[in-house]
Design a protein around this ligand. Structure first.
Ligand code: ADP
Ligand code: ZN
Length: 761
């Protein structure tokens, strides 16, 4: 184990240190699958040139000298202090996969999110890059360096002479096949030249899966309005200062934020620097991508559908500095831009920026760390900023920029609520669409407009319940109510995909009148067909949008007006810009409001505000109708009035009172296993230990729980949770780190730590 504590200020050895007799070249290695920590190895002379930081190496470990792969995180001449080090066995990568800056960032992630450095490294470098997907090893020929010496006095056959001439005229090395083709000969003369030492051969990795860049139509700058101008100037000021600063642009939907990003990036591209633009995966629509392609020659788009070869190709172009703008989802924050100038994170409130598997990082926080380390500005943009970012802007950590108006003086849509409690609805309509919403849809369609309907629940019926015995059909592994999907006639668990044929009689009491109730998008689609026959309607949810390109095709059909009513889950709430949408209907604003999650109100506010933003983008204006059982709820009231500040002012004091983020840090521990009692006992044990560690430290840290998690059983495992809350994030982290060696869980119990959790279920 290395006794050398790494720090951000690791220095190069001074020249005289190299001269020290006892000083040897030492590589420090971190394993992906192997023991945690850093391990030192001796670099044999034959590998001294090849070895380098950010490359993977093969090294022996343990008594049996098992060969493991690890990342080389440091290479330096230093005295070994008499320790006998094992030698590095081989170097895997010809080029470094991670720059020193990226290595420091990954170590920060490991420390911040309580995971192993090796796991972070493996997550950051895509599999396609590690495996060099889309490349192969070829032999490349060039003229030998001592060619003029050797050729003296040799008499070459005519074909050999031709081949030799062609190769020496070629600017680049050629493969045997290429040279044979050019010289119109077989491989024999070339082999002869190699034998004579006139041609040298080198193995080189070449790309065979280059992907053509999309041709672009260049568009010019839009003239900015005053709000946009102010925002752009603020970013330019930060850029010119060459210092890190985080700017939060709070701009209503359609205020022209994207145009500001584009013009800011144009500025730094002049200086040969690159920008990273992060958007939620779901907004990586052709529409967004096209806007960047229209304005920049070299754009790399990183989305989850890339093949390994495409990803590798993009990674290489980025690393070589040939890309001006990287547009991508969460993991694009790790793009290996050599000369980063700016990071932009749009829709910064979006939960999809957090990864829900190890490493459980939040791209926004990684973006803060990366932009700090590289001393570049970070721009966060949203119509509904997360309360975390808002609070930081209020307290001066971020610079706040307001863009309260839509471009071209377009009005924000008027938002009205429809109170589902009034029996008016019950008397006059059967189904999910109230009479008032029905009329509004009819009017919008008659006037040639398009309609978006949001319902954040997929399937046909959201629960299947027996009216005789009251039992609800649940997933045996997850204890979650199964959703009836009509087409396939199955009852499906939306968590683990467990499915059974939809029961006709109650599985508990055999009563024949079992009821399917609660509306999902499938049922809503059927209702829309019945109510508005003749108007083409399209459903967008994860069930209908599974094929590659289905999302694009659906949006294209809607844009072209072939579809008049678009209905779906939150998938349709984000980022879409269709001028002809004159009505947005929210079928049920309350779906997320009562979840046992301290962000339930915030999520509801975001969803309603975001979907409302999909209308009124054209000259026709637009309106929004929100169906709810809670029309007076502050989150819904604030969304109706487009009043973010009021929402924040109402919500923040509650967070403060309960010591929730952004006023305190939080770590959520989830403990799971097959025996409910054993899991519960182990969780209690953990909570006691944590209390013992934290209590003496004071500083107001709290251990909440253990308690059964809201989803108390998933995939056959019982789940308990412990919540750590406190003002000192490092202290909380430290307590969890100490826990590891203190208590080993039994074999059939696992636990995870989620730092700054978003998922509270
Ligand atoms: P946001 O990202 O804030 O939702 P966008 O940048 O998408 O807003 O702008 C909304 C629409 O307004 C887009 O169609 C965009 O092309 C257009 N737009 C943006 N800025 C201007 C401007 N200064 N003049 C005219 N149109 C603009
Ligand atoms: Zn399940």
């Amino acid at each position: 184990m290395s006794d050398h504590q790494p720090s951000l200020f690791d220095r190069e050895p001074a020249p005289w240190e190299h001269d020290d007799q006892a000083s040897r070249l030492v590589a420090t290695v971190v394993f992906v699958e192997g023991p945690e920590g850093e391990f030192d190895y001796l670099v044999p002379d034959r590998l001294a040139e090849e070895v380098g930081i950010g490359k993977r190496v093969r090294v022996p470990l343990g008594k049996g000298n098992r060969i493991l792969t690890g990342y080389c995180v440091r290479v330096e001449h230093r005295p070994t202090g008499g320790r006998v080090l094992k030698p590095v066995g081989g170097v895997i990568d010809s080029v470094s996969l991670l720059s020193p800056a990226m290595l420091r960032l990954t170590r920060w992630i490991a420390e911040h999110y309580l995971c192993e450095w090796g796991q972070v490294l493996e997550a950051v470098v895509p599999a396609g890059v590690r495996g060099q997907a889309g490349t192969r090893l070829t032999t490349l020929l060039s003229i030998a360096p001592d060619f003029s010496e050797r050729v003296k006095g040799l008499k070459l056959a005519p074909k050999q002479a031709v081949a030799l001439k062609l190769l020496s005229d070629s600017k680049e090395p050629l493969t045997t096949a290429e040279l044979a083709r050019l010289a119109k000969c077989t491989e024999a003369p070339i082999t002869a030249l190699r034998r004579k030492g006139l041609i040298q051969a080198k193995a080189r990795r070449v790309q065979f899966a280059a992907v053509a860049e999309q041709p672009v139509r260049r568009l010019n700058h839009l003239a900015l309005n005053p709000d946009q101008r102010i925002a752009l100037d603020a970013i330019l000021e930060a850029l010119n200062s060459r210092r890190h600063q985080t700017l939060l642009i709070h701009g209503v939907t359609g205020s022209g934020k994207t145009e500001v990003y584009i013009q800011a990036i144009q500025e730094l591209v002049h200086f040969g620097r690159q920008a990273i633009v992060l958007v939620p995966e779901i907004s990586l629509t052709p529409q967004t991508v096209q806007r960047f392609r229209e304005r920049f020659d070299h754009v790399a788009v990183l989305h989850s559908h890339l093949s390994d070869a495409e990803r590798h190709w993009q990674w290489q172009r980025i690393a070589e500095g040939r890309v001006q703008v990287v547009v991508g989802a969460r993991s694009a924050i790790f793009a290996p831009t050599p000369n980063l100038g700016l990071i932009i994170l749009d829709e910064e409130h979006e939960g999809s920026f957090k990864q829900e598997s190890v490493p459980r990082y939040h791209a926004r926080d990684v973006a803060v760390a990366r932009s700090q380390a590289e001393d570049v500005p970070l721009v966060l943009g949203s119509a509904t900023p997360s309360l975390e970012s808002w609070h930081r802007a209020q307290t001066g950590q971020y610079r706040l920029i307001e863009m309260p108006r839509r471009v071209l003086d377009r009005a924000l849509p008027t938002v009205g609520t429809i109170d589902l409690r009034t029996d008016d609805h019950a008397r006059h309509s059967r189904g999910a669409i109230s009479r008032q919403l029905h009329t509004a849809i009819q009017d919008a369609l008659k006037q040639g407009g398009q309609v978006i309907l949001l319902l954040n629940r997929r399937g046909f019926s959201t629960h299947i319940q027996c009216p005789a015995c009251g039992s609800v059909v649940r997933c045996p592994d997850c204890d979650i109510a199964l959703t009836h999907h009509r087409g396939e006639d199955i009852a499906l668990c939306h968590y683990c995909d467990h499915q059974v044929p939809t029961p006709n009689v109650c599985p508990q009491c055999s009563f024949a009148g079992i009821r399917y109730s609660g509306t999902g998008t499938q049922r809503l689609e059927a209702e829309v067909h019945t109510r508005f026959p003749g108007y083409p309607c399209l459903r967008m949810d994860t069930d209908t949008m599974q094929g590659r390109g289905s999302h694009e095709r659906a949006l294209a059909a809607f844009r072209e007006g072939k579809v008049r009513i678009l209905l779906g889950t939150q998938m349709i709430a984000k980022g879409l810009d269709f001028p002809n949408v004159t009505l947005v209907g929210v079928i049920n604003a309350d779906t997320a409001l009562h979840l046992p999650d301290f962000r339930a109100a915030e999520r509801t506010f975001h969803l309603v505000t975001q979907v409302a933003g999909r209308t009124g983008r054209g000259e026709k204006g637009g309106r929004v109708l929100v169906q709810t059982l809670n029309p007076d709820h502050p989150a819904i009231q604030a969304a109706v009035r487009h009043d973010y500040a009021a929402f924040a002012e109402g919500e923040l004091p509650i967070r403060k009172m309960l010591s929730y983020p952004p006023f305190a840090s939080m770590i959520r521990l989830v403990i799971r296993g097959e025996s409910e009692t054993a899991v519960g006992q182990f969780a209690s044990h953990m909570a006691q230990e944590l209390t013992c560690i934290l209590q003496p430290l004071g500083a107001g840290a709290r251990v909440l729980g253990p308690a059964p998690a809201p989803f108390s059983k998933l995939r056959g495992k019982y789940r308990f949770q412990i919540q750590l809350q406190g003002p000192d994030a490092d202290q909380l982290r430290q307590s969890v780190r100490q826990l590891g060696p203190l208590l080993k869980p039994p074999d059939d119990i696992q636990w995870i730590a989620d730092v700054d959790p978003l998922d509270m279920l």
